[in-house]
Design a protein around this ligand. Structure first.
Ligand code: ADP
Ligand code: MG
Length: 287
């Protein structure tokens, strides 16, 4: 974090690649725009280039997955969007603002790989915690927490403690906590990575329904090709370190409304194939 602040912010103009027939013109504004974004971590021995000249445009309402091998800079990119890291060079704008301005306006919610819930707080009080820190009154805190817990299918669990819940349920609590901030942008870093496949399927279905119901813009990090194809409107395939973008795939051959059996369709297989080819091109994937 010793690098200077990212360069100036440019007016966000719709310059997205590809087309999205489902996006109505009123919802076409750009939420994330990165240009020639690079980030070098200064380490004790030699500097580590985590991101190299990343160009990325994310439109409102998009569900974008970042996929690539471990260590390719997916988390770093998410952290730059969230103003948890500063890029070394290049430019990034969140809704036309700097990441810092966007953070201060609480434009995003962040879901970590581990649920990061406090064991001594009930589920509801975990969801209320960021709202408490923001100084939101008790009645509203509770109303928002209950609303979001209902959204993620956890009504009736408000008074439980996190350790009384399964891993999948805990991750739903952390999604509810992020949504309670009423963010425009939901950033998720491998939220289901540690879960078994059946639970993950279930949560993927739940997440896609949630995304459609809320209209949030989502940026989702994953290792799983199937998960990326199932959830996304666009998939960003990244190379091994230093993270570059190898391919951006529009998933517009799939409808926005998806059930799990869509994974059996030829359209799904075709997109999965292209993701796999992209990963192979980056010499990151052994069949
Ligand atoms: P991913 O999420 O794709 O696995 P990361 O963004 O976490 O990758 O990391 C990208 C690269 O940057 C990796 O080589 C990692 O070791 C390195 N890295 C991440 N964070 C730091 C840090 N704070 N200091 C030094 N190197 C880091
Ligand atoms: Mg990571």
């Amino acid at each position: 974090m010793t690098s200077p602040h990212p360069l100036g912010v440019r007016e966000a103009t719709a310059s997205r690649q590809g087309s999205d027939p489902d996006a109505s013109p009123a919802r076409s504004s750009v939420v994330v725009e990165a240009r020639k974004l690079s980030l070098v971590y200064p380490t004790a021995d030699k500097p580590v280039t985590a991101l190299s000249e990343v160009d990325l445009t994310i439109a409102r309402g998009d569900f974008v997955s970042l996929i690539g091998p471990s260590g390719c800079g997916k988390t770093t990119l998410l952290r730059v969007i969230a103003d948890l890291e500063r890029p070394t060079s290049g430019r990034i704008a969140i809704e036309g603002m700097t990441p810092e301005q966007a953070r201060l306006k609480r434009l995003y919610g962040y879901v970590f790989q581990a649920p990061a819930l406090y064991p001594w707080r009930t589920v509801e009080r975990n969801v209320m915690l960021p709202l408490e820190i923001m100084g939101i009154g008790r009645a509203e805190r509770q109303a928002r927490a209950r609303e979001q817990l209902e959204r993620v299918g956890l009504s009736g669990f408000e008074r439980k403690f996190p350790w009384q819940l399964s891993g999948g349920m805990q991750q739903r609590v952390s999604i509810a906590r992020a949504l309670a901030l009423q963010p425009d942008l939901l950033l998720m870093d491998e939220p289901f990575g540690a879960l078994d496949e059946i639970t993950r399927d279930h949560l993927n279905l739940h997440l896609t329904q949630l995304w459609r119901a809320t209209g949030k813009t989502c940026v989702f990090v994953t290792h799983s090709i199937a998960e990326a194809v199932f959830l996304s409107t666009r998939i960003v395939v990244m190379s091994p370190r230093p993270g570059r973008i190898l391919d951006v795939i529009d998933c517009d051959t799939l409808p926005r409304e998806r059930k799990l059996d869509i994974r059996e369709s030829p359209e799904f297989a075709a997109i999965a194939h292209r993701v796999r080819e992209g990963l192979k091109e980056g010499h990151s994937y052994d069949d």
